[in-house]
Ligand binder design. Structure first.
Ligand code: ATP
Length: 361
């Protein structure tokens, strides 16, 4: 298997700078996801790893081997695209076998054995003689996956493989992909714009924004400790409050937001980052909907309800407090237009500090 390093990778297309110095280190066997809004450079990063694009600057290395100039077919990668790209005139088995056009099957296996093995792996045993048109979208995507895996590549690259499928199928397929990936322990780079999918499937996630990596971390770190306001707002629902520091003690800040004062205890890493904070500094902190509830008695605020969506298990409520948009998750639909909720001081997470701009002086 393979580990992967990108160092200072940039890509310029004429007037457009798609990538601005991407640094990534993906470990052997990791399920690593690139997530970010449309146009942020996820596909370009993946294509550069695959060798379909050469970087304008920077380096791509597989196990310390420099890949610049190495054509895609010599890179030991399997790629699955959003559109299945299967040959309609070939059977499922022939499509999978096409994955072996440049490389022999793994030692000790015939081509036919390898195809059967892969069809079994992707839960399509017995379907080898069908044509792609006789399969569902999810089954077709599993044929693409089997084809990509046929030569036993060191690296598997998946570009939005589920985006053409309906929600239910996406969930099933993502469990299958995850199972196959862990079974094979193959280093996998997965591209998606779906942040929920990114959290659900990955060992680690890189949040990409405008051609740069904004944060790399485990799904838990990204969700609970977003490094920037962009990550806080892009990954999951969040409430962002902008305010001004009034007082600070060793671990607690009193912050004034829209004429109201809140007490917050920034998480440890940010307490460090915030050592330069002083009274009068501006900052932004976020509170997840699950931490902003009617049952918490501290940091109370009164929310005007605007809409509520019944999601089955929970109800997502959108509203406003002094002009600040608020999103809540409740067990039951609200029975009034005003709701009073609160958050614990350690339920707040600081995402933007004015002292950062001052260099923590
Ligand atoms: P999406 O989720 O919509 O697929 P993405 O994050 O994968 O987006 P990319 O496809 O990598 O984004 O594109 C990044 C930027 O580079 C965009 O501004 C895009 O228009 C531009 N771009 C990509 N490929 C080319 C190309 N071949 N020529 C010119 N510009 C390109």
């Amino acid at each position: 298997m393979t580990d992967l390093t990108l160092e200072g990778v940039s890509k310029v297309y004429g007037e457009t700078t798609a990538l601005r110095g991407i640094d990534l280190a993906v470990e052997d066997g990791e399920f690593f996801t690139l997530v970010g809004p449309s146009g942020c450079g996820k596909t370009t990063t993946l294509r550069t790893i695959a060798g379909f694009e050469e970087p304008t600057a920077g380096s791509v290395r597989f196990d310390d081997r420099e890949m610049t100039g190495v054509p895609p077919e010599d890179r030991d990668v399997g790629v699955v695209f959003q559109n299945y790209a299967l040959f309609p005139h070939m059977t499922v088995a022939e499509n999978v076998g096409y994955g072996l056009r440049f490389r022999d099957p793994p030692a000790g296996t015939t081509r036919e054995e390898r195809i059967l093995e892969l069809l079994e792996l992707v839960d399509l045993a017995g379907m080898g003689e069908r044509r792609p048109s006789q399969l569902s979208g999810g089954q077709r995507q599993r044929v693409s996956l089997a084809r990509a895996l046929a030569p036993e590549p060191g690296l598997l690259l998946l570009d939005e493989p589920m985006s053409a499928l309906d929600a239910r199928l996406r969930e099933t397929l993502r469990r299958q992909v995850k199972r196959i990936q862990s079974e094979l322990e193959i280093t996998t780079i997965y591209v998606t714009h779906d942040q929920e999918e990114a959290l659900a499937i990955s060992d680690r996630v890189a949040v990409v924004r405008a051609g740069t990596v904004e944060q790399v971390g485990t799904p838990k770190e990204i969700y609970r400790r977003p490094a920037t306001r962009f990550v806080a707002e892009f990954i999951g629902d969040n409430n962002v409050f902008e305010g001004e520091v009034r007082t600070r003690s060793s671990d607690e800040l009193r912050v004034r937001v829209s004429g109201r004062e809140f007490d917050i205890v920034p998480a440890d890493s940010l307490a460090e980052a915030g050592t330069g904070l002083e009274s009068g500094d501006r900052l932004a902190f976020c509170v997840r909907p699950e931490a902003l509830t009617p049952t918490v008695e501290t940091n109370r605020l009164s929310v005007t309800v605007e809409t509520s969506e019944f999601l089955g298990e929970t109800v997502r409520v959108h509203g406003r407090w002094n002009g600040t948009p608020i999103v809540l998750r409740l067990a039951e639909p609200p029975d009034a237009d005003e709701l009073t909720v609160g958050f614990a001081p350690d339920g707040a997470h600081v995402v933007e500090l004015e002292s950062d701009a001052r260099g923590n002086d």
